[in-house]
Design a protein around this ligand. Structure first.
Ligand SMILES: *[C@@H]1O[C@H](CO)[C@@H](O)[C@H](O)[C@H]1NC(C)=O
Ligand SMILES: *[C@@H]1O[C@H](CO)[C@@H](O)[C@H](O)[C@H]1NC(C)=O
Ligand SMILES: *[C@@H]1O[C@H](CO)[C@@H](O)[C@H](O)[C@H]1NC(C)=O
Ligand SMILES: *[C@@H]1O[C@H](CO)[C@@H](O)[C@H](O)[C@H]1NC(C)=O
Length: 509
């Protein structure tokens, strides 16, 4: 062999070794992250919380992972999604009031660094599938411009599940990246999203980890599902809404099973962490249920915010697999948990985060870093005028709708007293109406001892009440002004603004 040939051979062997080393290194590190968010999915509405319909996939994934039973989201759609994407409380992004109106010139402020942007920096491919609901009036607000490489889904808060229309045809809201995807007209949303997730998994380059945000539209109203998913339950439910809702959850459950099977077939399941979460409590008027928790979507009671949640992964330590965690976690925690804990990256460049990196806590079953949780302060939602309700010497204006958790204690202020406990229509349980002691504007609960929020302890523990009111005031002073601009009908309406009835960016006045 000439020395030249030997050198070539040596170089070839060496470069093969390098390629192999690189493959090995990236395969072993940076797990894939799959976040599955369900929409208006009630606390009661999974098999493992007693639903009378089946969620075999969710039940099994949860049973083999860690069930998060002291885990919170925000009480409505856009807020939870804004906190997930920014890692910051609503009072710090200006989105503390209501959901984003499709006709208002508002979105998750574009100076917020998103979870997707940080995951991308960390070397991940990033994919958003499903419901966005974080605004779209400017191109800069769209998922592709907030850190996602690919996007398929709806930009608004909801729409018909087959026709992807809102509020009615010919209005259309289904997009692939920056363009309308009219070829999805007629495809059921859960099928569309599931198949997209599977395609991305199948085409994933094995050297690149992925971050996938799979944001199902199910089981949010309008209640629609292919008929076959209702068939198993026709004899159980004589309430049509509950029957359809059960079908929607079942179909989503099947979809999650298909996505999990795709991860296994691709050989990457072992290096993937699956987070499942609801986005807020169910709307009891639209098929969902949060029994036995108090209240529903929109309220500051547990039924509005205590979420369904679990983490499933072969990467969890053996001692936590199959356990229930009662550690306090919040949707703001996912930002640092994914970026620092799982991707091994940093959160440089973000504004101050309200979340904690909980990866070790979840993986190893150690204590949560969180002892306190500001649920929200919404100064635009106050006790209606004319009622002169006060708490003498209160450091916080108790007419404002707000809630805070510190350890096991929770305070709620504002006008909530009439929300009670709403029994599932498919059981013989009787609902319990809400009640209000005259002029009541504070509620104090020990959530550990009284998770159903039946015993207001405001009178028994004035010291704790006042300490929490002081804490609320501290947060209030630290909040940014609410940003909630008026809708602009003529400018935003896609049948009027030249967008061919497809919802998308428009020019505000
Ligand atoms: C979707 O399909 C229906 C039925 O074919 C049709 O009436 C409707 O106009 C279509 N929508 C869009 C946005 O093309
Ligand atoms: C799941 O996969 C099965 C088998 O391919 C298919 O029949 C079913 O429609 C899929 N379900 C969903 C929700 O995508
Ligand atoms: C974990 O929390 C429990 C009570 O919640 C406490 O008793 C224990 O000391 C904590 N452990 C550590 C290591 O902080
Ligand atoms: C409700 O009560 C009726 C009459 O007692 C009984 O037949 C039925 O099985 C009960 N349903 C449930 C879901 O418990």
């Amino acid at each position: 062999m000439t020395s030249r040939k030997a050198l070539v051979l040596l170089l070839t062997v060496f470069s093969l070794y390098l390629v192999q080393a690189k493959t090995k290194r990236s395969k072993g590190s940076q797990p894939n992250v799959l976040v599955i968010l369900s929409d208006d999915h009630g606390y009661r509405d999974v098999g493992y919380h007693g639903a009378l319909f089946d969620t075999p996939v969710i039940d099994k994934l949860a049973a083999e992972g860690v069930k998060l039973e002291n885990y919170y989201v925000q009480p409505i759609c856009s807020p939870t999604r804004s906190v997930l994407m920014s890692g910051r409380y609503q009072i710090h992004t200006g989105l503390q009031h209501a959901v984003l109106d499709p006709m208002a010139p508002a979105c998750l402020p574009t100076d917020e660094v998103t979870l997707a942007q940080k995951m991308k920096q960390a070397g991940y491919s990033t994919h958003m599938i499903g419901k966005w609901h974080l605004g779209f009036y400017e191109e800069a607000c769209l998922p592709n411009n907030r850190g996602f490489d690919t996007y398929l889904g709806l930009l608004l808060g909801g729409g018909y599940q087959f026709s992807h229309s809102f509020p009615e045809p010919p209005y259309y809201d289904f997009h692939r990246d920056l363009a309308a995807a009219k070829d999805y007209n007629g495809t059921y949303s859960t099928y569309a999203f599931t198949n997209e997730a599977i395609d991305i998994i199948n085409n994933q380059d094995e050297d690149t980890p992925f971050f996938m945000y799979l944001s199902y539209q199910a089981p949010h109203a309008p209640l629609e599902v292919p008929e076959k998913y209702k068939d198993p339950y026709r004899s159980i439910f004589n309430n049509e809404d509950r029957l359809t809702y059960a079908g929607m959850v079942s179909c989503m459950d099947e979809g999650i099973g298909n996505v999990t099977a795709a991860l296994k077939a691709k050989g990457i399941y072992d290096n993937t962490v699956i987070f499942f979460s609801s986005d807020n409590g169910a709307t009891v008027m639209e098929g969902g249920n949060n029994w036995p928790l108090r209240g529903f979507k929109l309220t500051m009671f547990e039924g509005g915010m205590r979420a369904l949640g679990f983490v499933h992964s072969p990467l969890l330590s053996d001692k936590v697999k199959g356990t229930v965690s009662n550690e306090l976690y919040h949707v703001s925690d996912w930002f640092p948990t994914f970026v620092e804990g799982i991707a091994g990256w940093n959160t440089d460049g973000t504004k101050p985060l309200d979340g904690f990196n909980q990866w070790e806590s979840i993986r190893d079953g150690t204590n949560s870093s969180r002892t306190e949780l500001l649920h929200n302060i919404d100064p635009l939602w106050t006790v209606p005028g004319g009622r002169n309700w006060v708490v003498k010497d209160s450091p916080f204006n108790v007419k404002i709708n707000a809630a805070l958790r510190q350890g096991d204690w929770k305070i709620i202020t504002g006008d909530f007293g009439l929300f009670g406990w709403y029994a599932p229509p498919d059981t013989n349980i009787t609902s319990i109406p809400g009640h209000r002691i005259s002029k009541q504007v504070t509620w104090l609960f020990n959530i550990k001892e009284d998770p159903l929020e039946m015993n207001d302890l405001s009178d028994e523990h004035p010291d704790i009440l006042f300490s929490l009111l002081g804490k609320l005031q501290e947060y209030y002073l630290d909040s940014v002004p609410v940003f909630y601009p008026d809708p602009q009908q003529d400018q935003a309406d896609p049948c009027l603004n030249g967008n061919d009835c497809v919802w998308g960016p428009w020019t505000p006045i």
